[in-house]
Structures are given as C-alpha cells and as structure tokens.
Design a protein around this ligand. Structure first.
Ligand code: CMC
Length: 429
C-alpha cells in the first residue's frame, strides 16, 4: 500500500485505496481493486476524472494554461526548436545532441517515399473522397505494405514502424490532397525540411517550379509542433485502446486518424472555417453569438472552448502570432472570412457568456485561419492535424507497448437496459 490512501465508505463497508503521486499535477486514487473489494464500478462518462495510464511524455495544467513535452514548455519549443527535434524529444525522452538530431533527420527523410504500389491504392478511391477517409484507409493499409515492421514485440520493428509513420504521413496527406484535386502526385524532396517538403508536395505542379516561402514554412512547422502531442486526448486514447489488444502500429494509428476526424476533436478547424463561411459577413456575427448562447440551439462556436484548458490555450497564443505574420505576408486583410474571424474573436472575448464559461479561441481557431490563408481547402485541415499528431500517437503507442503494467483496455458500464426476459416468437409479437 502506498503512503497516502483514500477511504471509500459504501454502506457498512470501508475500502482503503492507494493514492499515487505524480511528479507534477493532481494525485490519482488507484481504483484497480475496487470491483474485487467493493463489488462496484466507478462511473465517469467522457473520462473527465479518470487517469487511464502512467505517462512521461506530456503534462498539461488546464487551469494555468501549461503544456510541457518531456518537461519543456511548448512556448520554448515552438520558438526555439522545430518539429523534427520535437519529434525526437517526444519519441526518445530527451533533446538530441547535434549528431543524434542529424542521424534522426536522415532516418526520417530516407523513409518519406511510399511503396510505389500504394499509389494504386489511392487510385481506388473516388476523387471526391474526403482526404481523412483516404488517410484512414491508406495508413491502415501500410500494414499490408510494410510487413517487416508490424511485430509489436520486436524493438527494431517498433523503431522502423515509428520512423515510417513520421516520415510517410506528410506524403500520404499531400497525395490524398493531390488525388482530390485531380493533380499528379508530387514525390517528396529530401533536401527540404519537413514543413517545406510538405508544402511543396501539396502545392507544386510539374508545369512550374514551386519556391517555398520561409515564413509559410515556419508557420507550417509551428502548426506541426503545436499539435504534436496532447496527452490522453480522444484520438491518442483510441490509439492506446486499439494497441492494448496487440494490434499492429499502422492499424492503431489508422484508428487514431478516424477518431481525430470528428468535429469535437481534430475536425474542429474544418468546422470552424465552415462556420466562418456560413457567418459570411461581420454584420451577421451577433446573430451567431446569440445562437451559441441559446440553450435550445445545438449550435456552438467552433474553435472556442476546450475540455482541459479552462483559462487559455497556450498553443493558441503562439499560433495567433503566426496567424498575424502569415496574414501580413499574404496581404489577406481584404479576405472576408478572415475579417469575420478577427471580429468574432474580439466579440466573443468581450461577451459575458464566453467570459463566465471561460470559452476562448483554441488552437484550431488560429490553425484554420493560417491554413485558409496559405491556400489549403478546409478538407485538408484535419489531415494536417493528423500529420502533426502522428508523433504523439507513435510516442504514446511506444510508451504503452513497453509498459509492464499494460493490459487490454476493457471499460465496464452502468447497465440501464432491460433485465432478463424471455424470447417471444415472431407470430406472438
Ligand atoms: N460555444 C458555445 N458554448 C459552448 C462552447 C462553444 N464552443 N463550448 C462549450 N460551451 C458551453 C456549453 O454549452 C456548456 O454550457 P452549460 O454549462 O450552460 O451547459 C459549457 O460551455 C461547458 O461545455 P461542455 O460541453 O460541458 O465542455 P466540454 O469540456 O465537454 O467541451 C469542447 C469541450 C471542446 C468539446 C467544447 O468546448 C466544444 O464543443 N467546442 C467547439 C468544438 C471545438 O472547437 N473543438 C476543438 C477542441 S481543441 C482541439 C483538440 O484538442 O482536439
């Protein structure tokens, strides 16, 4: 029994539960023996008070707006580091020295191309398929193309699968985009950095040369960095749950992509831009704010609020800077959608409803604005989130499969259905 314990009284029964203390953050009450000792389950729909695993990767303090990766604040990483270095940090636990970073970057860039036969796989989809649908399918299909890296019990195979996923995800997302627009696939260029290569694969065409603007490439790298990991969010928990059965890494990451697609999670940046388009002009903002406040209207301001951050989203503060830089560079002040975004942010932040409920623009609000200004269609917003979050999924997956406490995930339920009843033959119903 650990030093600190909690006592739970159920009727006449008293159960002592161990308390574990983290390095930082709230203590956790260990309820692992609760069912065995007390014949009760805990009930926590949405897992708002449940810690599902031990982790050393990311720490969030939602009240204070703190986000740390392996202890390093996101503000420092997004200003001093770059995405591939953050990938190394998340995957291996510490910052690399120059030789380690060079080796890691070389390994990643060597894996950016896809198996040529995978291009046929893309061609099996309808042209108008959503890129997230294509990505879910293609990433899942990686287990059919890379047989030598699906054994989760082999450390070498786990390492190769991790590098392949980080390296190939931008290529897959860019190809899903190209396929959707009817343009030819653009192969990766390993002399470019991760973000520039991605922009080139998305926007270059064989008919003309494409020069990557360093301001856009920096903003892209920041979007990747800021979305890299976010502890046990819905898609990461999905990856962990899928992998708890021993499923191969590509199948697990495909499950994460599917979960990320939802509008309450990674789909929020697309939903946010669609909302801005629906609002259309600045004069319509009060009408939409009123709808968001109306209890009888399911409408919510997309890109506002967060399950964990209750005062501000530290990622949004950094990204707001990038949004201003990109908008200035591209001179899109005349773009009506972006004008609506700026005015909506100002209006909501001054509104009592949003102040009282601590609802503020989240990272998806600004990432959507930047991506729109860069020329990405809204359907590419969530695929870009998936490219960024791949390192988080891979790091959490790797941590989980090497955790000796790992068990298959199997939640229980509060059953509120019918009690036992006898089958009635169809002629008697
Ligand atoms: N617009 C209007 N009202 C809102 C909003 C919003 N965007 N978000 C929350 N509320 C209200 C909600 O109606 C509730 O009111 P009441 O207490 O009167 O019932 C209160 O605020 C608390 O909301 P909740 O749904 O209990 O909070 P939650 O922690 O379960 O939800 C959320 C968090 C992100 C799902 C939610 O804020 C939301 O739906 N936001 C819009 C979608 C969005 O932008 N999602 C991206 C999240 S960031 C990216 C990521 O990490 O995946």
């Amino acid at each position: 029994m650990s030093a600190k314990t909690a006592k739970l009284v159920i009727g006449s029964k008293e159960i002592e539960l161990p308390i574990h203390s983290p390095t930082v953050g709230p203590d956790v009450i260990d309820i692992g023996q609760l069912y065995a000792k007390g014949d009760v389950f805990t009930y926590d729909p949405g897992f708002t008070s449940t810690a599902a695993c031990d982790s050393t990767i990311t720490f969030i303090d939602g009240e204070k707006g703190v986000l740390l990766h392996r202890g390093y604040p996101i503000e420092q990483l997004s200003s001093k580091s770059h995405f591939l270095e953050v990938c190394y940090l998340l995957l291996y636990g510490g910052l690399p020295n120059a030789v380690e970073l060079d080796d890691f970057e070389t390994r990643v860039t060597r894996h950016t191309m896809l198996h040529e036969q995978m291009l046929n796989f893309f061609r099996g989809f309808r042209r108008d398929a959503h890129p997230m649908a294509v990505m879910t399918g293609v990433v899942g299909a990686m287990s059919a193309f890379y047989h030598d890296s699906i054994d989760v019990n082999d450390p070498w195979q786990r390492e190769v699968a991790s590098i392949r996923l980080i390296a190939k995800m931008p290529t897959i997302a860019a190809m899903a985009f190209k396929y959707n627009t009817g343009q030819p696939f653009v192969y990766p260029r390993n002399d470019l950095d991760y973000a520039s290569n991605f922009l080139r694969m998305c926007f270059a065409v064989p008919a003309e040369d494409y020069q990557v603007n360093p301001i856009l490439s920096r903003a892209m790298d920041r979007i990747f960095t800021l979305h890299a990991d976010h502890e046990q969010n819905a898609s990461t928990s999905t990856v962990r749950l899928a992998s708890s059965s021993g499923a191969n890494p590509f199948a697990c990451i495909a499950a994460g992509i599917a979960c990320l697609w939802g509008p309450a999670h990674g789909g929020a940046n697309q939903a946010c831009l669609e909302m801005l388009e629906e609002i259309g002009t600045v004069d319509k903002i009060p009408e939409f704010i009123a709808r968001a406040k109306d209890k009888n209207d399911p409408f919510r301001l997309m890109g506002f609020g967060h399950r964990v951050y209750k005062n501000f989203d530290p990622r949004a503060i950094v990204l707001k800077e990038s949004a201003d830089e990109v908008l200035e560079l591209l001179g899109v002040e005349s773009n009506s959608i972006l004008q609506v975004a700026k005015k909506l942010e100002e209006t909501a932040l001054a509104d009592d409803y949003f102040i009282e409920k601590k609802l503020f623009p989240n990272v998806d609000f600004y990432s959507g604005i930047i991506l729109e200004a860069m020329g990405f269609p809204t359907s590419m917003f969530t695929p870009i989130f998936a490219v960024s979050r791949t390192i988080g999924w891979v790091s959490q997956w790797k941590e989980m499969v090497t955790d000796p406490k790992m068990k298959i995930g199997r939640p229980r339920q509060l059953y509120v259905g019918e009690t036992k009843r006898d089958y009635v033959n169809i002629e008697d119903r």
